[in-house]
Design a protein around this ligand. Structure first.
Ligand code: ADE
Length: 253
């Protein structure tokens, strides 16, 4: 089987916002390994007037500006011309979209189509763009950003780290928080004692079974204390449920 890879095309008025993060750390490595391909396309390059106007005032009046349809359609069509016959999935980053979660990130990491991330900026985007070009609206949380660029980076990052071969240790993507619907357990490194604070005995034991047991218990505990609503959908064994009962009794004591 061919290696899984991800192809993104970001349509934005501010490609500079994405450049730095794409050239650091894991995203940079993913790109260097050919597992991640991101093309930044500046919507302003597709404006036609001498002031390169990408937005205009809203019909019906009111404050704020609206991104004009022409440059976005032109940018989209240029992208299509450069990828003849390729299937695309077009996602508009918007606070009105479904909120991104780990499940959607996993699906996106398996996406074979070219993923077009359309970033709005300012107040709004002409509705004809949404109707004609957009397959899905995606939000990264219930708050409003100045534009979709940071959200696009979040989508790229969350999907890319799940690609096999991107993280050094393939498993680590799944061991982290949310892999099985639980938060991650605490982590420690040397020294065994730092300013009077000791690393838990179980981790120093060298006993693999005991370490795994400690980690599972701490994962359940962190989830119970910090994000109890996740327990409703987490993948739990009978043993986990017993441990949870124990942890609940402890926290109430
Ligand atoms: N653009 C502005 N706010 C956003 C959000 N919360 N998620 C995605 N795109 C956005």
């Amino acid at each position: 089987m061919n290696a899984r890879r991800l192809n993104f095309e970001v349509l934005t008025l501010f490609p500079g916002i994405l450049e730095g993060p794409l050239n650091e750390s894991i995203l940079k490595r993913g790109r260097e390994k050919g597992l991640l391909n991101v093309t930044l396309r500046n919507i302003r390059d597709y404006t036609e007037d001498k002031h390169k106007t990408a937005d205009d005032s809203p019909y019906g009046g009111g404050a704020g500006m609206v991104l004009k349809p022409e440059p976005i359609f032109k940018a989209f069509e240029a992208m299509k011309t450069e990828h003849p016959g390729e299937k695309v999935l077009t996602i508009l980053l918007s606070p009105q979209g479904r909120v991104l979660n780990q499940e959607r990130a996993e699906q996106l990491s398996e996406e074979q189509r070219l993923i077009v991330l359309l970033c709005g900026h300012y107040e709004a985007i002409d509705e004809r763009v949404v109707r004609a070009l957009v397959d899905e609206e995606l939000s990264i949380g219930n708050y409003v950003l100045t534009g979709g660029e940071l959200a696009a980076l979040v989508v790229i990052d969350a999907a890319t780290r799940l690609l096999p071969g991107v993280l050094g240790d393939e498993e680590s993507a799944y061991r982290d928080s949310f892999g099985d619907g639980l938060l991650d357990h605490p982590h420690y490194t040397r020294p065994a004692e730092f300013r009077g604070m000791k690393v838990p005995e179980a981790l120093l034991s060298g006993n693999h079974a005991e370490i795994e047991k400690w980690r599972r218990r701490e994962s359940l505990k962190a989830t119970l204390l910090k994000r109890p609503e996740l327990l409703e959908t987490a993948e739990l064994t009978g043993k986990d449920r017993k441990l949870l009962e124990e942890l609940k009794r402890e926290s109430e004591a």
